[in-house]
Unconditional design. Structure first.
Length: 252
């Protein structure tokens, strides 16, 4: 197993368990305890986990905990959105996925598909799909964001410039007819924007609580979006305004 793959598996395991010791990780990944200790120290130095005596934990403030708390909200709505979005992925497609709790549900819905390629900058989504050999997985590198589990910045943008995608799915923190798609971090917004630009079709996944909100950084106007997949809670007036921008709305 490659070093980058081990890092994904370690972070995913500690996300679920809250902590893990060296012996357990060594058995899980089938590598030596010395290798695990080196991996844990590097992840600690990057601020992705907290090194402890004999193992590691998520630490007092950590991106995995943030994602877990967010994933507990409107879980059923997000699951339905993910299933509906999976229907938009044709056989053999090259699919782009940004991070987020709703796009993670899409990744899970795609996990049993064969013959597709998934390009993602989200470490947790990579962890979901790396054990699925039927899916070709491309992980975009970059600077790790502690709040979203995404890899962003110039390195991610340069890597994306080499790919051509059939359909890109992005999560957002806010969406309005006037301000378009927005998120909390400007570097994340740039990487999301680059993913959309490299794709023939752009799809936003957002539960209805995100609609009507405006976050700090602009990703794109709604003119750059083909489809919005949301839940049944989308208000009629909001749906009308979004549709006037030329966006197809799918309610799940």
């Amino acid at each position: 197993m490659l070093k980058a793959d081990r890092a994904v598996r370690i972070l995913s395991h500690i996300t679920e368990a809250g902590s893990a010791d060296v012996h357990a990780l060594s058995e899980l990944l089938e590598v030596s305890a010395a290798t695990i200790r080196r991996d844990l120290q590097e992840l600690h130095d990057q601020g992705l986990l907290h090194r402890t005596r004999g193992g590691a934990s998520t630490g007092p403030v950590n991106l995995e905990l943030s994602l877990r708390r967010r994933s507990e909200r409107r879980q059923e709505e997000k699951r339905r959105i993910g299933l509906a979005a999976a229907e938009l992925v044709p056989e053999g497609a090259v699919v782009g996925l940004t991070g987020g709790t709703t796009t993670t549900e899409l990744a899970r819905a795609l996990a049993d598909r064969t013959g597709i390629t998934v390009v993602t900058n989200a470490v947790n989504i990579a962890a979901e799909l790396i054990v699925r050999p039927e899916i070709r997985l491309v992980v975009i590198g970059g600077l790790a964001r502690s709040a979203s589990y995404e890899l962003v910045g110039p390195a991610a943008d340069r890597m994306l410039s080499h790919y051509h995608l059939d359909v890109a799915f992005i999560g957002v923190d806010g969406l309005t007819a006037q301000e378009g798609c927005t998120t909390h971090d400007e570097m994340e917004a740039q990487t999301d924007r680059d993913l959309l630009h490299r794709s023939r079709r752009s799809v936003v996944l957002a539960d209805s609580t995100k609609v009507g909100r405006v976050a700090f950084a602009s990703i794109c106007p709604l003119s750059g979006v083909h489809t919005l997949v949301t839940d049944l809670g989308l208000a009629v007036d909001q749906a009308r305004a979004i549709a006037k921008c030329g966006v197809k709305i799918i309610r799940a």
